[in-house]
Design a protein around this ligand. Structure first.
Ligand code: A3P
Length: 280
């Protein structure tokens, strides 16, 4: 047989599906999709399609690593494969499971100011509930954020999921028990919205990539109110479900919540060794 195929394999490295070397672990509604799509602008990055939910769902985890690997895109040697599943952050079993796969995997945690994140989460849940209620009508789907975040006596409803997820220190401590601090990069999602390039440059460095993403990769779309992505062939914004308009929340409730989160944020800063300067 002519050795053409063999020869070309030697000249051109073969693409293969590889386990991720980096994972965006959360937090939901902090810009996890934007971050993955932005990193994908880098020629040495490959991304998994959708959210894989391997480590947080037992039915997937029990299928084993080979199942997970098959969910990954093809990549060339030297490229970095990244996946994002924001529920990893809040699922207790996940840190240990990820370590069992690869103790030196790089983890990216994107966060936003907690009250903004909670309102974003509420907005998404309300949109989903409104869609579902066209099938099964439900009155709770349209309750105002203020009614859900505060109890009837005015105290904060700590059980309300969008608030509970914003108490980041409750979850991050488990990750720090399993991974050294320098293996987790904390990205400020509010800064990623305002000015993505400096944040992406930090991530390139963290991932050991040459700096390739720059201002040429972005343009501000006035209608959307967010930066959109640009590469050699096209311009594109994220889908409508990313960058929703938030409902107006009573400023009294916002300041009450900010005060409540003050102490939790301090605990988070202490754990990560970094002050994100969120308003109190
Ligand atoms: P909102 O829709 O509440 O504004 P996730 O992908 O983790 O669900 O996060 C969604 C959030 O990503 C959006 O929340 C939006 O604020 C944020 N985001 C960050 N950069 C964005 C961008 N360039 N375009 C659209 N949304 C972006």
């Amino acid at each position: 047989r002519p050795p053409l195929l063999l020869l070309s394999r030697r000249l051109y490295p073969t693409a293969a599906r590889r386990l991720p070397q980096a994972i965006i672990i959360g937090v939901r509604k902090c810009g996890t999709r934007a971050l993955l799509e932005m990193l994908y602008l880098h020629p040495m990055v490959q991304k998994a399609a959708g959210e894989v939910h391997f480590f947080d769902r037992d039915e997937n985890y029990n299928r084993g690593l080979e199942w997970y690997r098959m969910k990954m895109p093809h990549s060339y040697q030297g490229q970095i494969t990244i996946e994002k599943s924001p529920s990893y952050f809040v699922t207790p079993e996940v840190p240990e499971r990820i370590r069992a796969m690869n103790a030196s995997v790089k983890l990216i945690l994107i966060v936003r100011e907690p009250v903004t994140r909670a309102i974003s989460d509420y907005t998404q849940l309300r949109t989903h509930a409104a869609t579902a209620s066209t099938v099964t009508p439900s009155s709770s789907s349209q309750r105002a954020f203020e009614q859900l975040a505060l109890m009837s006596n005015g105290s904060i409803n700590e059980q309300y999921r969008p608030l509970a997820i914003s108490i980041y220190h409750n979850y991050v401590h488990r990750w720090l028990e399993v991974f050294p601090r320098e293996q987790i990069l904390v990205v400020n999602g509010d800064l990623l919205i305002e000015d993505p390039v400096p944040q992406l440059q930090k991530i390139e460095k963290f991932l050991g990539l040459e700096s390739r993403i720059g201002t040429h990769n972005f343009y501000f779309n006035e209608t959307k109110g967010f930066y959109c992505l640009r590469n050699e062939t096209s311009d594109r914004c994220l889908r409508e479900s990313k960058g929703r308009r938030h409902p107006r929340v009573d400023p009294f409730v916002v300041s009450k919540l900010r005060r409540y989160f003050g102490e939790h944020n301090q605990k988070f800063y202490e754990l990560i060794g970094e002050d994100l300067g969120w308003p109190e």
